[in-house]
Design a protein around this ligand. Structure first.
Ligand SMILES: Nc1ncnc2c1ncn2[C@@H]1O[C@H](COP(=O)(O)OP(=O)(O)OP(=O)(O)O)[C@@H](O)[C@H]1O
Ligand SMILES: CC(C)(CO)[C@@H](O)C(=O)[O-]
Ligand code: BAL
Length: 281
């Protein structure tokens, strides 16, 4: 496995490759990330994983400095799976003119709601780095996790709007045995908090079950907030949306998604569940 530490090294390596699949990450890999890699390998023998903690998507009060960085262990795990190359550039290589002067990608309509409302500028940072990674790596396929559902839809729209020649594939959320969605930020939780945090997925499942017989979205959202609060979370949002564009749910949407973000102590967790609307035509 090649470890490519600069854009120049990546470009040189890329010239010798034909098809490439990309799995973008911020490192500190867990089984959720490794599942994305396996999904990519099912479609393409030549997989590149990127590891880059992207400063442009972190807010001023967020955990950019403390975000876990475990490059050696990550490379071992990727090598064992049969990844061809890891691209792990420096910030100055990715943003040579600095963040303030960097050209940005804005995806309107979807970037300022839900997580985007709580994390202003976050999805501009995500869309910009993913667009740059697509241009740098020039993959035919890129795989992202459904755990970050809003991010996945932002990236799909950005790829479509900019006519980028990349197939964007979503892979299902991998979970701990108690249902908690795997996430690098779970490492911030105590053993007790991890147990408590399983209420997030349980609440989504309960809401999904109720949604099939009762499409009273506002009422279900209020119950979801109450259940999360009772379980020890401080909820940020609990919202039922049209799965396609994340606008407010309506009874005729073919598919909904229930999305939640909530703080367990200082740690902000997100999760979601999709629901087919069996009564839509
Ligand atoms: N549990 C999971 N199942 C499937 N994909 C996942 C899971 N967790 C993360 N991913 C995906 O891995 C990719 C890289 O995500 P990232 O490096 O931010 O990991 P993370 O665990 O989500 O970290 P964070 O705690 O910062 O949100 C994204 O496409 C993300 O959706
Ligand atoms: C897609 C991504 C790697 C862009 O920095 C990041 O947002 C993530 O890890 O989900
Ligand atoms: N997994 C999304 C990256 C972030 O929270 O910044």
């Amino acid at each position: 496995m090649r470890i490519l530490k600069s854009l120049a090294e990546l470009r040189k390596w890329r010239q010798q490759q034909s098809e490439v699949a990309l799995v973008p990450t911020m490192g500190n890999l867990h089984d959720g990330h490794l599942h994305l890699v396996k999904t990519a390998l099912e479609r393409c023998d030549n997989v590149v994983a990127s590891i880059f903690v992207n400063p442009m998507q972190f807010g001023a009060n967020e955990d950019l400095d403390s975000y876990p960085r475990t490059l050696e262990a990550d490379c071992q795990a990727l090598d064992a799976l049969g990844v061809s190359a890891v691209f792990t550039p420096q910030v100055r290589d990715v943003y040579p003119r600095g963040l303030d002067k960097q050209t940005r990608i804005e995806v309107p309509g979807i970037s300022d709601i839900l997580c985007g409302a709580s994390r202003p500028g976050h999805f501009t940072g995500v869309a910009t780095i993913v667009c740059k990674l697509f241009n740098m790596v020039q993959p035919q396929l890129a795989v992202f996790g459904e755990k970050d559902y809003q991010q996945l839809q932002v990236i799909r729209l950005m790829t479509q709007d900019l006519s980028l020649p990349v197939e964007v594939l979503g892979a299902p959320t991998q979970r701990e045995t108690n249902g908690l969605a795997m996430s690098s930020r779970n490492g911030y939780l105590s053993v007790e908090q991890k147990q408590q945090a399983s209420a997030l997925y349980r609440t989504l499942q309960k809401t999904k079950a109720e949604l099939s017989s009762n499409a009273h979205f506002a009422e279900l959202e209020r119950s979801g907030i109450k259940e999360l609060t009772d379980a020890g979370f401080v909820p940020d949002y609990f919202s039922i949306r049209n799965a396609a564009d994340l606008q407010e749910a309506t009874a005729d949407n073919p598919e909904w998604v229930i999305l939640a973000a909530a703080f367990m102590g200082k740690t902000r967790l997100i999760d979601n569940l999709r629901v087919i609307n069996t009564s839509s035509k």
